[in-house]
Design a protein around this ligand. Structure first.
Ligand code: HEC
Ligand code: HEC
Ligand code: HEC
Ligand code: HEC
Ligand code: HEC
Ligand code: HEC
Length: 189
């Protein structure tokens, strides 16, 4: 027979309750040890150094959640949810390409710009836009979202008229009805 307390709970339940109260008190005290960083964050994330920020990226030891990255990277989150841009099918495993804890000078983005295949962005470079036209002649600071320590390849405006003079003063908004990226001449026949 169990001995009962005043409210009728078996004594054994009270022992368990006490045990869990003790456990929930002692586990947070162990955390600083569990939370030792495996290495410095890259320079762009410098402001996230320190144990109070681990949970900004991590859900558990060594595990990151894309949703946490995307809480900060809101422009990227919008591109992914719209199914647009280079990241459109890359939203699941950020760490496959963006490694951390390798020191301040370690580049978070590892890519060979010279060999970048622009088709991966969903926007084809054709005609005069093909290889040979420097990235920077299209990805200008004026048409890109502001960044402090990095460069963004998002474009605020991707219409032809963002980069070319609209000689028709807005009367012909759908440029590709008449023009290609080869040259501006129009074949009227
Ligand atoms: C800016 C985001 C970010 C912050 C902040 C961050 N980490 Fe990480 N951490 C990562 C990424 C990305 C990885 C690589 C995950 C992977 O490979 O799946 C990682 C990996 C790890 C790993 C596994 C390392 C390995 O070699 O397997 C541990 C442990 C870890 N982090 C601990 C921490 C601790 C502790 C903190 C806080 C002091 C912290 N991290 C802060 C992004 C972050
Ligand atoms: C002729 C103009 C032009 C040139 C040259 C060009 N781009 Fe782009 N790029 C664009 C346009 C337009 C987009 C589509 C933007 C959008 O969909 O909003 C784009 C998109 C991108 C994106 C994807 C951005 C996103 O929204 O995910 C990346 C990355 C990118 N370009 C990298 C490059 C690199 C690297 C080079 C040089 C090798 C380059 N681009 C050369 C016009 C250009
Ligand atoms: C297959 C590799 C790959 C994966 C997976 C990937 N990225 Fe990227 N990421 C890149 C490359 C390459 C660039 C540089 C081109 C660009 O800006 O689109 C980049 C650029 C970025 C940028 C800079 C964009 C800007 O304009 O500020 C951020 C932020 C970013 N990635 C976050 C993420 C996050 C968060 C995830 C997961 C949800 C992720 N990436 C998944 C390769 C990857
Ligand atoms: C607390 C906000 C915050 C969180 C969380 C965060 N970042 Fe960032 N990230 C930033 C800031 C700020 C920059 C620098 C932007 C600038 O240059 O102005 C940056 C830059 C980047 C860049 C561009 C680096 C470059 O050199 O072009 C990548 C890639 C990136 N973050 C990926 C990630 C990934 C992956 C995660 C999740 C593991 C993550 N970020 C979590 C704030 C954050
Ligand atoms: C209804 C057809 C049509 C549309 C739509 C159209 N254009 Fe044109 N555009 C023309 C014609 C016709 C010419 C003269 C071509 C020639 O000289 O062979 C021309 C010429 C041009 C030129 C060359 C001017 C010069 O001095 O050589 C530019 C630049 C141009 N258009 C830009 C645009 C832009 C940007 C858009 C979209 C905002 C646009 N066009 C939409 C028909 C059109
Ligand atoms: C993000 C900027 C950007 C966008 C968007 C863009 N272009 Fe271009 N375009 C350029 C650049 C840069 C060049 C190369 C100019 C040079 O080499 O001097 C170019 C060259 C051209 C040329 C060759 C003649 C010339 O002016 O040099 C044509 C024609 C052209 N683009 C048409 C278009 C059409 C049509 C669209 C829309 C479907 C478009 N472009 C969208 C940046 C852009």
């Amino acid at each position: 027979m169990f001995s009962m307390d005043k409210k009728g709970f078996p004594f054994r339940c009270r022992v368990f309750t006490l045990f869990f109260m003790f456990a929930s008190f002692i586990i947070p005290c162990l955390e600083p040890e569990v939370r030792e960083s495996p290495g410095k964050l890259s320079r762009v994330h410098r402001e996230l150094s320190g144990v109070e920020n681990c949970a900004g990226c991590h859900t558990a030891k060594g595990k990151i959640a894309p949703s946490k990255c995307l809480d900060c990277h809101k422009e990227l989150a919008l591109r992914i949810s719209a199914g647009k841009g280079y990241h459109k099918e890359k939203g699941k495993d950020c760490a496959a390409c963006h490694q951390e804890h390798n020191g301040e000078n370690y580049p978070l983005v590892q890519w060979n710009i010279e060999e970048f295949d622009h088709r991966e962005t969903g926007y084809l470079l054709t005609g005069a836009h093909r290889k040979g036209t420097a990235c920077d002649s299209c990805h200008t600071p004026a048409n890109s979202p502001a960044r402090e320590n990095s460069k963004s390849f998002f474009l605020k405006d991707n219409r032809c008229s963002a980069c070319h003079k609209d000689v028709h003063n807005g009367s012909q908004p759908d440029c590709t009805d008449c023009h290609t990226t080869k040259d501006w001449s129009v074949d009227i026949w």
